[in-house]
Design a protein around this ligand. Structure first.
Ligand code: HEM
Length: 415
């Protein structure tokens, strides 16, 4: 579906998920960056208004500023405008100060490259198997049959979620954050979030009784300032890992494949080894910017571009715009797999910089490598459906045909 182009700020409400499903906002963002870098999205239908930052440098400055801005009243529009986050002060992403620092140290231990080497090897094997199977099958829905099976498997392995529960968790995760269809409303999302929390509550109980070598067992054995983490602390952080680790990586992979299908010249560069995989991964991330925004609440009055930001006001930081800022990126509207430098904001910045960035990079890199090795290209064979969300962007379905590379498929068959 071709989306209408929107450039007049007065016609755009960034709180409304339909805005993103129905409009191409490139013109709108350019107008904001040029003329209103600190823009007020007015209140709509009983929903509060909020500040919108669209320039790269301003977003970086806000991410750094944990003195005047807090994450503890939520970090996405839904919670920021909905009265706060139930995990505040306990779930890493919505905790600040000393407790954030200590909790981050605990979670960093399980998400560091050294600890994740086995997980990375499993990602590689799983991704290569899925791509080979899809090549052999002729066609597939890349979103449902491949992208859905990579991050969820990885994060489930980390957390020790049994095989038979993974489809259930995947369905709840999709309902909790993005909406694949218009039938899912905020009440369904709320219920899905509760389902995930209850699920992990049971797992924590099991691990307390019989610890294993998974992340939940490690959290059960962890303390901050001599006080063990409570069941609620552990459950909320498992929730955050599964939510943070699944949707974002999945949407990035789908967007990457969508782009490779639409831009054969970029595919060629990848296939011919003209671009380094790590460089290509960063461009896939910049382009997808799957989390369109994060946000903060003002706790001390501060100023930006002469605009006063007052305590209690909500400030949103838009990667969707910052990653296309012509003040920082050369030809920002071009998908260029060889782009360097590429200091994109897809993983945020500062004290809350994404803890799963290494894992996400591994997943995207393995996908690109498997496509390069086993196919001669990707062809989109049907319409890609957009998710409906004011936080995440991307597609929920992507029908494709993966053209086999006969030589490497034959080699793989004999291994
Ligand atoms: C934080 C993006 C993958 C776990 C963040 C933040 C961003 C982000 C922008 C900062 C939020 C803020 O400042 O309020 C992404 C993207 C990903 C991805 C684009 C994939 C392409 C992952 C994965 C995991 C993960 C795979 C876990 C396995 C986390 C956690 C935080 C976080 C725990 C909170 C860090 C903190 O508050 O200190 N992510 N993420 N993310 N992410 Fe990711």
């Amino acid at each position: 579906m071709v989306r209408a182009s929107a450039s007049a700020p007065a016609t755009v409400d960034l709180g409304d998920p339909d805005t993103f499903a129905d409009h191409d906002l490139d013109g709108f963002w350019r107008t904001l960056r040029d003329t209103a870098p600190v823009y007020w999205n007015p209140p709509v239908g009983g929903r509060r208004g909020f500040w919108v930052l669209s320039r790269y440098d301003d977003i970086m400055a806000a991410y750094r500023d944990d003195l005047n801005l807090t994450s503890e009243r939520g970090n996405v529009l839904v919670t920021l405008l909905g009265g706060g986050d139930a995990g505040a002060g306990r779930m890493l992403a919505v905790t600040d100060g000393h407790r954030h620092h200590e909790l981050r140290k605990i979670l960093q231990r399980v998400l560091s490259p050294r600890v994740l080497s086995d997980v990375a090897a499993a990602v590689r094997a799983n991704t290569r198997r899925l791509i080979r199977e899809a090549v052999e099958a002729g066609g597939c829905d890349f979103a449902a049959e491949i992208a859905s099976r990579i991050p969820m498997t990885t994060i489930s392995n980390l957390l020790g979620v049994p095989e038979q529960d993974r489809d259930y968790l995947l369905a709840q995760t999709k309902a909790a954050l993005s909406a694949d269809t218009e039938d899912v409303d905020e009440t369904d999302s709320e219920m899905a979030r509760n389902e995930i929390l209850l699920y992990f509550m049971d797992m924590v109980e099991e691990r307390r009784a019989a610890p294993g070598d998974d992340v939940i067992s490690m959290l059960v054995a962890s303390s901050i300032d001599g006080v063990p983490l409570s069941d609620e602390d552990i459950v909320l952080n498992c929730y955050s890992l599964i939510i943070g680790g699944d949707e974002t990586s999945r949407l990035t992979m789908i967007d990457g494949v969508h782009n490779l299908a639409a831009r054969p010249e970029q595919w060629r560069r990848l296939k011919d080894g003209e671009v380094a995989i790590d460089t290509a991964v960063d461009e896939v991330l910049r382009w997808a910017s799957p989390t369109m925004h994060f946000g903060r609440t003002v706790v001390r009055e501060t100023e930006m571009h002469g605009v006063r930001l007052r305590p209690g006001e909500v400030v949103t930081l838009w990667h969707a715009s910052g990653n296309r800022d012509e003040r920082v990126f050369d030809r920002p509207g071009e998908f260029d797999l060889g782009r360097a430098p590429n200091k994109h904001l897809a993983f945020g910045y500062g004290p809350h910089f994404c803890l799963g960035s290494y894992l996400a990079r591994v997943e995207i890199a393995e996908l690109l490598l498997a496509l390069r090795d086993f196919t001669t290209g990707v062809e989109q064979t049907g319409e890609a459906l957009r998710i409906r969300s004011n936080f995440l962007t991307g597609f929920s379905t992507l029908p494709v045909r993966l053209r086999p590379d006969p030589r490497s498929m034959k080699e793989a068959a004999t291994q």
